[in-house]
Design a protein around this ligand. Sequence first.
Ligand code: ATP
Length: 445
Amino acid sequence: MSQPDVMDKLVSLCKRRGFIFQSSEIYGGTGSVWDYGPLGVELKKNLKDLWWRAMVRMRDDIEGIDAAILMHPRVWEASGHVAGFVDPLVDCKACKGRFRADKLEDAQCPQKPSKHPGEHTACQLTEARQFNLMFKTYMGPLEETASVVYLRPETAQGIFVNFLNVQQSTRQKVPFGIAQIGKAFRNEITPGNFTFRTREFEQMEMQFFVEPGTDEEHFEYWKDARMKWHHSLGLSPDRLRYKAHEQLAHYARAAFDIEFDFGGTLGFQEIEGIHNRTDFDLGRHQEYSGKKLEYFDQPANKRYVPYVIETSVGADRVTLAALVNAYREEEVPGESEGRVVLGLHPSLAPIKAAVFALTKKEGMPEMAHRIAGELRRHFPVDYDETGSIGKRYRRQDEVGTPFCITVDGESVKDGTVTVRDRDTLAQDRISADAVRAYLSERVPG
Ligand code: ATP
């Protein structure tokens, strides 16, 4: 069954409710760069925290780092990015459009959108030329070739060049991994689809260093573990699948993508890559830096350059997948107006609970403030006393708040409140003192 296209509605909701804004919007926007608003920053932070917890905190065989964006320019020669991080580009002399030569079937002819570029009689496509996706800038005051540096197009290289620093400082033994979350930049030719493909984005990457010969079993382990992580975020299993790479990159021995079904014409697209990179990267850095990057296996008394199993996932892309997955419109029994709900997994929801005072009288706001203040020490909480209770519920549904707590006239008398569940709409009446425990049980930390 094909999934509905909710992207336009999501873009509008994200702007209206403060999840995601276009960058420099008052100047007409910057091409495919986006800013996260108050709710978006919480959502993406929750996602990154869940990844960090699963990949670093919960394991004793993975260490975290935070490497700099600017690296020695030789890094990108060694990694192959200066020579090979290119997309083939064609221009159309008729419409002045610019397209990826290898993705013409995904593009529309601007003059005749029912056709692909090159298929309309007026099209005049040039020969393909190679276009490097790295952003270049200069380090220091002189804009000359010798001072060219690049904004990193992936976080992985910061891990490779620190392999021995981390191994020696932590005394980890192979197999072990290094993980980091950080910005990456790519001068994409055909960005778009909201935050799906942007020029500035965040990656969450982990490189697992293993003994050559054991790489295939580690690859299978990570392929499975990473899919389970996406399930744990609440992404529907029927919207997730593996896709084997048909053409392997020069460094790779095996590569699978995890794809998510974004619905509409976008359909299934990569959200994460799992790659067996062999000893390509460490080998190249050894060659280009002249420094040995070998691991000494003491018990076996042997030295080798480890193989690397990489898991590489985009924080922005998975945030978008979580939003697409969560968006739904539904009827409410007994009400004429339907509701829009973001059925986000509670661990991702930017606000975990909203506290309402039914009216602004009889001590209700005071009690509600007290409850919100207490809960705030443990969860992101919203307080709202404006508009009808129905409207307040709708506002919270639309941003994915799993629980709404209402203080009414009875509350002030007997110390109980109602807790309403976003998805089932069921309401429990519980003691105000029990609200924190109630939420803790239902909102994983
Ligand atoms: P694509 O084929 O979609 O360009 P890729 O194969 O180049 O992606 P990788 O280099 O494997 O992607 O990067 C790993 C992950 O980083 C991707 O699965 C995706 O989640 C994220 N990513 C890559 N490029 C972008 C981008 N331009 N915008 C947002 N996220 C990105």
